[in-house]
Design a protein around this ligand. Structure first.
Ligand code: ADP
Length: 262
């Protein structure tokens, strides 16, 4: 009889009291943040406000100074031993972050490998798939991003937008439960931005994956996100559905930030 069971859902990703400092610079300040299964959250905010650091902590590229992060009910940076949280080892980090895929500003494809090989390397090495299985998955994902015909080519022969689409396919091949996008279009020529945003929109429409999208593309955030978080000075200053955030911001800081995109 349950028409809606959203109240039963628990966060897939959960940050609690997460702080991060680089030397004296406190970049994140006791951030609490939840990402529900299948939810798409856009993270917006001025440069230097801590958005990328949020993503890097989840990818285990940076370690929090304090606080905890859980993924699917498991601590990321810690292990529970006899009811106490102790620092996790590399193996544990590796295992928990296996559900997370990331696409960076710079696509970082391996230049000496074909597009197909770029997409099969991790599933063969990390997921232990056979070459055949990995290639089947990779071709399916390259098809999804509209680049199946480029499988045998090398990255240098592709445009920046196409390379970024390959990077997206490469992340999807791992079948992550969460995808992080960190300004995936900000290093691209303006004419290829649209094709990459479209691919991300298509994935958002078709999949069940949760997404964390760090972006300066406000209309894209409005279209794709279920929720928008405005970061400023290392904290979430304001969050809500795109209709509220973009049309009826509460704080002067957000109003001022959004006015830059008018
Ligand atoms: P955003 O993504 O919102 O632009 P970042 O998370 O990249 O913000 O950066 C927030 C702050 O953290 C900036 O002041 C930046 O200089 C600093 N920072 C980020 N990474 C490092 C690092 N590895 N070492 C020192 N400072 C860093």
């Amino acid at each position: 009889m349950s028409q809606t069971n959203s109240e039963a859902k628990t966060a897939f990703v959960r940050y609690r009291g997460v702080s991060k400092s680089f030397g004296d610079n406190e970049v994140l300040k006791e951030v609490d943040f939840d990402l529900m299964p299948g939810e798409r959250v856009a993270i917006i905010g001025p440069s230097g406000s801590g958005k990328t650091t949020m993503a890097r902590l989840l990818m285990t590229l940076e370690e929090p100074t304090s606080g905890t992060i859980e993924v699917d009910g498991q601590h990321l940076w810690h292990k529970e031993v006899k009811g106490k949280l102790v620092k996790a080892d590399e193996k544990h980090l590796h295992q928990v972050r296996g559900d997370i895929g990331m696409v960076f500003q710079h696509f970082n494809l391996f230049p000496h490998m074909t597009i197909l090989r770029n997409c099969t390397e991790a599933p063969i090495k990390v997921l232990d798939l056979s070459k055949k299985e990995a290639e089947e998955r990779a071709m399916e994902m390259l098809d999804k991003v509209g680049l199946a015909d480029k499988a045998k080519d090398y990255p240098a022969s592709l445009s920046g937008g196409q390379q970024q689409r390959v990077a997206i396919a490469r992340a999807l091949v791992m079948r992550p439960k969460v995808m992080l996008f960190d300004e995936p279009t900000s290093a691209l020529d303006p004419e290829t931005v649209g094709e990459v945003l479209q691919v991300i929109k298509d994935i958002a429409k078709s999949g069940e994956m949760a997404m964390m999208l760090i972006t300066h593309e406000m209309s894209f955030a409005r279209d794709v996100a279920d929720r928008v978080c405005f970061f400023d000075n290392g904290t979430i200053q304001e969050q809500g559905p795109p209709s509220k955030i973009f049309s009826d911001p509460e704080t002067d800081r957000l109003r001022e930030f959004l006015s830059r995109f008018d």
